[in-house]
Write a protein that binds this ligand. Structure first.
Ligand code: AHR
Length: 331
């Protein structure tokens, strides 16, 4: 551990300029060696992601016994792989990463395994050739989130007695190939198979951002304004789609307008839900730092950890959301 600390303090400042100060500031300030963690974050594409980064930094803090090397991959898998390789070269104690997409991680994980550095996957899941390539996964059950969304949609359309009419759905997907996209998309596509009156009229990628979705939704609206439901795979996309629809004169409301479905339930997303502009917001919980801290502390004590853990999540809709729920939201 001491050798690792020495190497990290000597070389990491040159590789991760943004965290050089954090790295140096730990040296010699406590009697105990900190646990050195390299965290590769996928990017800063959404409010959710920012909250996730903050949760990780707060949990893996100096006061909590850590030395954290943080790298923002700017939504590029090759940047994540490069950061992880740097972490391996610096011989950190643990690598944590939030994978942009599900596949393509086997080689770098094999390198970490050969270097005997345990890897913890957070947020999005991966498909690995061999389960021993990472020690634990903590994140969201994205399929369950998608199932909650389509079940709510089925129920509301039934209550509105619209089972006999065509329901025209626009689908805005998240980053293609990410487990969040694959699972939320899977739930919708399966629901379309079982509901004969549901029609997918447009399917485009919004890459989990408000700006890109505003653009793609604007293009869709030039083709058609006859839309019943917009299923967005996060709050950023929902906000971008609503911007475009309202500009085009469409009302977003489950009672007498377009039904917008979203995921995340950030504070902004909940405010939109209170107004009905988002009809349903399925929670995706970004506060994963404390779970990662617990896993690392357990592994450091040589204890067993759960291999796969899903964080607790709920849902909010226009009909039941209260101001109190929004006020409680910290992000
Ligand atoms: O992987 C979690 C998803 O990624 C969140 O829904 C989204 O906001 C984020 O960018």
């Amino acid at each position: 551990m001491i050798a690792r600390r020495l190497v990290a303090v000597l070389f990491l400042p040159f590789l991760f300029c943004g965290c050089a100060q954090e790295a140096g500031s730990m040296a010699g300030t406590t009697g105990k060696d900190p646990i050195v963690v390299g965290f590769s974050q996928v990017g800063a594409e959404s409010e959710w992601r920012v909250a996730n980064t903050e949760s990780m930094k707060a949990a893996l803090s100096e006061e909590n016994g850590y030395e954290l090397f943080f790298d923002d991959a700017r939504n590029m898998q090759e940047n994540q792989i490069r950061a992880m390789r740097n972490f391996i070269q610096q011989d950190v104690d643990y690598i944590v990463f939030s994978p942009r997409v599900e596949t393509g991680w086997d080689s770098i994980l094999q390198e970490a395994k050969e270097a005997e550095i345990p890897v913890i996957v957070i947020d999005r899941g991966i498909v690995a050739a061999d389960d021993s390539l990472y020690r634990a996964y903590i994140g969201s059950d994205f399929r369950e989130e998608g199932e909650k969304a389509v079940k709510w949609l089925e129920d509301i359309l039934e209550k509105q007695e619209r089972t006999g009419e065509d329901i025209r759905i626009v689908h805005i997907q998240g980053t293609l190939g990410s487990s969040a996209q694959i699972s939320r998309t899977g739930a919708l596509e399966q629901a379309i198979q079982r509901n004969a009156n549901w029609r997918m009229i447009e399917q485009e990628c919004g890459d989990f951002t408000r700006a890109k979705t505003y653009e793609v939704m604007g293009a869709i609206l030039k083709r058609t304004k006859d839309i019943d439901v917009v299923y967005c795979e996060n709050d950023g996309e929902a906000l971008g789609a609503i911007d475009a629809m309202e500009e085009a004169g469409l009302k977003c409301n489950p009672e007498d307008g377009v039904i917008v479905v979203s995921f995340d339930a950030t504070k902004k997303g909940l405010e939109y839900c209170f107004e009905g502009r988002i009809a349903l917001n399925v929670e995706c919980n970004p506060l994963q730092g404390p779970y990662v801290d617990e896993i690392i502390k357990k592994l450091s004590r040589g204890e067993q950890v759960e291999r796969k853990k899903f964080v607790d999540e709920t849902l909010f809709d226009f009909y039941t959301i209260t101001k109190g729920m929004i006020e409680k939201r910290g992000y």
